[in-house]
Design a protein around this ligand. Structure first.
Ligand code: COA
Length: 337
């Protein structure tokens, strides 16, 4: 890697978007056969109607690779032009090597710098922020940034308050230098607070609680969450991330044509819209079809918003997330046709 001090001022932009959703659709009614729940409860409390579950033989890196192939196709570039790969995930294929390295091999990229970023549901925006900074600072041609999750593998089917919320999938974007058509990356705002990790975590399987009979018996390898508390902080922290970034760029919420929120819960999105004093129809939502796909949720939603909303020249698009850590983050795009 070689540094390029003059590149720091360059414009970077999104030149390709891709996503992948596994074939298998699991409806709320399907879940009623596994846990004591109802379509009505899930719809009213979350807005989720169905989600996708990957096959046993389909891993996080496979979904990441497929979303990436589609993103490269829309960008009209080949694997040999990718100089950096960053994957955001909390459900890596294995503890190590990174899912980025596994994905690099599946895509047939060159021996390029490849690593994972772990910031849970804020992971994609953290990863995009890092990739954007590296593309500006180095002589990379294109960076591939992916959010990919197989959350169905860490669901506790004995905990009905969490297992109905999540799904599998992947989204990918290509970041390049220069002006022209696409989404200009204007900037990011990211923060974290690690003082209360148990609000949302997967306690087992790391160095604190390695896999053991005891950890398995205590179901420590599944996702644990204090849903009510997360709900409250999520709304407040997403508002903070949005306002901080907009202020930095001399914008107000009213200047935003489209908000891509992390797709966790329709009520969280509605509360955020109220706090930002924006009509709900400025928020792109597809969580009814995918549930919460953690790091994959924003790139999947961004790609679908691009296809369905037909962004205008000069539109500002705000991406905003929160997740385990706690982490929260926002990113601002200006669209050019
Ligand atoms: N089906 C039916 N009933 C359920 C249920 C389910 N799937 N899950 C929980 N319940 C029950 C509870 O047992 C409780 O029953 P009780 O009153 O008899 O004790 C009741 O519903 C209310 O539970 P509560 O946890 O207060 O519900 P809620 O309104 O807070 O909604 C969440 C629960 C999880 C949907 C909500 O807290 C939430 O979305 N939080 C944010 C989670 C999130 O986005 N996490 C991802 C972060 S990236």
């Amino acid at each position: 890697m070689s540094g390029n001090p003059q590149a720091a001022s360059l414009t970077t932009r999104l030149v390709g978007l891709g996503s992948y959703a596994p074939e298998r659709i699991v409806t709320n009614d399907d879940l009623c056969e596994i846990v004591d729940t109802s379509d009505q409860w899930i719809m009213t409390r979350t807005g989720i109607r169905e989600r996708r579950f990957a096959k046993d033989s389909e891993f996080t890196s496979d979904m990441a690779a497929e979303a990436s192939r589609r993103a490269m196709k829309t960008a009209g570039i080949g694997p040999e032009e990718i100089d950096l790969l960053v994957v955001a995930t909390i459900t890596p294929d294995m503890a190590f090597p990174s899912t980025a390295c596994l994905t690099q091999a599946k895509l047939g990229l060159g021996k390029v710098c490849s690593f994972d970023v772990e910031a849970a549901c804020s992971g994609f925006l953290y990863a995009l922020d890092v990739a954007d900074a590296l593309v500006r600072a180095r002589d990379y041609r294109y960076a591939l940034v992916i959010g990919s999750e197989k959350l169905s593998t860490i669901m506790d089917w004995e905990d009905r308050s969490t297992c109905v919320l999540f799904g599998d999938g992947a989204g990918a974007v290509i970041v390049g230098k220069g002006s022209g058509a696409g989404g200009e990356l204007m900037g990011f705002f990211s923060e974290a607070d690690g003082s209360n990790p148990s609000l949302l975590c997967q306690p087992g399987g790391g160095s604190a609680q390695p896999a053991s009979e005891d950890s398995l018996q205590k179901r420590q390898h599944f996702l644990k969450m204090n849903g009510r508390e997360i709900f409250k902080v999520a709304v407040r922290l997403m508002e903070r991330a949005a306002r901080k970034l907009l202020e930095k760029h001399g914008l107000t919420p009213a200047d935003i044509a489209c908000v891509i929120p992390h797709q966790a819960n329709a009520r969280i999105v509605e509360s955020l819209a109220q706090r930002l004093e924006l009509p709900i129809d400025r928020f792109f939502c597809n969580l009814d079809r995918y549930g919460n796909t953690s790091a994959a949720s924003i790139p999947i939603a961004l790609k679908e918003a691009y296809e369905e909303w037909d962004f205008n020249n000069g539109d500002h698009i705000l991406m905003v997330s929160f997740g385990a850590g706690l982490t929260w983050s926002s990113g601002l795009i200006r669209w050019t046709k």
